[in-house]
Design a binder for this molecule. Structure first.
Ligand SMILES: [Zn+2]
Length: 104
């Protein structure tokens, strides 16, 4: 029995949390990841990426996700090194030019 533990309109975020859960030893499945950002022929909320885990891992997975999101929300603001835009700490990518810390 699988349980959905996360849904996001942001594929990058769902992918990030997938890696976080796997690193925590929780097997999880990322659904709809490749559909999102597609042609727009499907209703948007049906193509949002979803993270699913085994029911036995649900509580732990939700805790890991919550802690991860809290840590990101509490992150300090940063300045984009590419375009010098001020970015809120919860965002890892620059909304202005698309710069991400991971791609640097
Ligand atoms: Zn930028």
């Amino acid at each position: 029995m699988m349980k959905r533990v996360y849904t996001s309109a942001t594929p990058m975020m769902a992918s990030f949390l997938h890696d976080v859960l796997e690193n925590a030893g929780i097997r999880c499945i990322l659904k709809n990841y490749f559909l999102s950002g597609g042609t727009g022929e499907l209703p948007v909320n049906e193509t949002w990426p979803e993270l699913w885990v085994q029911e036995a891992d649900e509580t732990r997975a939700l805790a890991v996700i919550r802690l991860t999101l809290e840590a990101r929300t509490n992150a300090p603001d940063w300045t984009c090194p590419s375009c010098h835009e001020r970015i809120e700490g919860q965002f890892q990518a620059c909304w202005n030019c698309g710069y991400t810390a991971e791609s640097a």
